[in-house]
Design a protein around this ligand. Structure first.
Ligand SMILES: C[S@@+](CC[C@H](N)C(=O)[O-])C[C@H]1O[C@@H](n2cnc3c(N)ncnc32)[C@H](O)[C@@H]1O
Length: 348
């Protein structure tokens, strides 16, 4: 027994206990507008922050001290605290691709399924995407939104051969596994001549997606339908599957159906979490977060469906490419990537 190694691990484990609880405290800070109230970078006391946000001083004192411990807030001395400008972007600026605040909402909603997941580990049963806590769906939208809004129309679609021009000329697009439609709406804003339909098997998500399209003033050319990846109708120039293929029970069947649903010369764009092909390559903070999400959400979702392939959220380019080739696409390549996503292009 290496006593030092033991104590080093105990230190890390206690830190992780703090991290787990601090994640929930971040959601509280977000809900109450505490980070937004500190986003100007000015130093502030708990009483001033309480006054500004309609909250109470004693709780904010404790919250701010926990934020200092977690490395989110700086203690300036003399009872004053500040939020560094860079951290304010990640925690409050949802127009920035660096904004990760939705990830906390998503994670906290996911852990409501802990009891059910414990039982699922014993039985092997799945948990359907629609069976989680209600905060999961807007949390997912909010986590992926910053990347989609910043990259889908400006980098990802332009990285595909011939697709930017086709969409500018009025192409027809289907977004499969669209959730609340954040990717669909982002594409529609970038391509005003194109028409879009999002399909998702989760009816409550589709209802909210319709509200999002209408709020964005896009309901005339963006629609949403309940449908699965294996039964939506055909006739599209571009089909997109954004952070959803690995959640499906039968991603191979979904890819084969997408190929049939594309017009000649059409393109499938698959956006997946960035990952290497093996656990050796997936030992970094992004993989740590995605393997954890995969345990709670992606793997149980797939296991709840026919096929139950359970690719997991770190499937890696080699497995995804093999699935797309197996579906009969003539060429498959990695067209783009960001720090969180890889974008695969598959041509009919
Ligand atoms: C991680 S969420 C991503 C949602 C959306 N694309 C986004 O990025 O916000 C995965 C989505 O895939 C949907 N999904 C899972 N399996 C599906 C299937 N077989 N057919 C259609 N949608 C499916 C889920 O209902 C869920 O909305």
């Amino acid at each position: 027994m290496d006593e030092q190694r033991l104590m080093n691990f105990v230190g890390k484990a206690v830190g992780d206990i703090g991290t787990l609880l601090n994640g929930a405290l971040v959601v509280i800070g977000d809900r109450l507008g505490l980070y937004r109230a500190m986003a100007d970078g000015q130093s502030i006391t708990p009483a001033q922050l309480a006054e500004k946000t309609g909250t109470t001083t004693r709780y904010l004192h404790e919250w701010l001290n926990a934020q200092v411990g977690g490395g989110y807030v700086t203690y300036e001395g003399n009872g004053h605290y500040s939020l560094p400008a860079e951290y304010a972007v990640a925690l409050t600026d949802e127009s920035s691709p660096a904004c990760v605040i939705g990830g906390y909402e998503l994670a906290l909603a996911a852990v409501h399924s802990t009891d059910r997941l414990t039982e699922a580990f014993r039985t092997g049963a799945g948990i359907g995407w629609g069976e989680h806590h209600e905060d999961l769906y807007p949390g997912c939208e909010r986590f992926f939104g910053p990347s989609y809004r910043n990259f889908i129309g400006s980098e990802w679609i332009p990285s595909l051969n011939g697709v930017d021009a086709a969409l500018n000329a009025g192409a027809s697009v289907a977004d499969i596994g669209c959730g609340l439609g954040v990717s669909t709406v982002a594409m529609a804003k970038s391509y005003p001549a194109a028409t879009f339909v999002g399909f998702d098997q989760h009816d409550a998500s589709v209802e909210l997606a319709r509200v999002r399209a209408s709020e964005a003033g896009l309901a005339d050319r963006v629609s949403f339908e309940v449908g699965t990846a294996r039964d939506f109708p055909g006739g599209y120039d571009l089909i997109t599957v954004c952070d959803a293929l690995h959640d499906m029970g039968d991603p191979a069947g979904a890819a084969a159906h997408a190929r049939q649903a594309l017009r000649p010369g059409g393109t499938l764009m698959v956006v997946e979490p960035l990952a290497g092909d093996s656990i050796e390559q997936n030992q970094n903070p992004v993989s740590t977060a995605y393997y954890a999400f995969s345990n709670f959400l992606c793997t149980p979702s797939s296991l709840s469906q026919e096929g139950a392939m359970a690719l997991g959220a770190q499937a890696g380019e080699a497995r995804l490419t093999a699935i797309l080739h197996g579906a009969g696409f003539s060429s498959v390549r990695r067209a783009a990537e960001t720090s969180l996503n890889m974008v695969l292009e598959a041509k009919v």
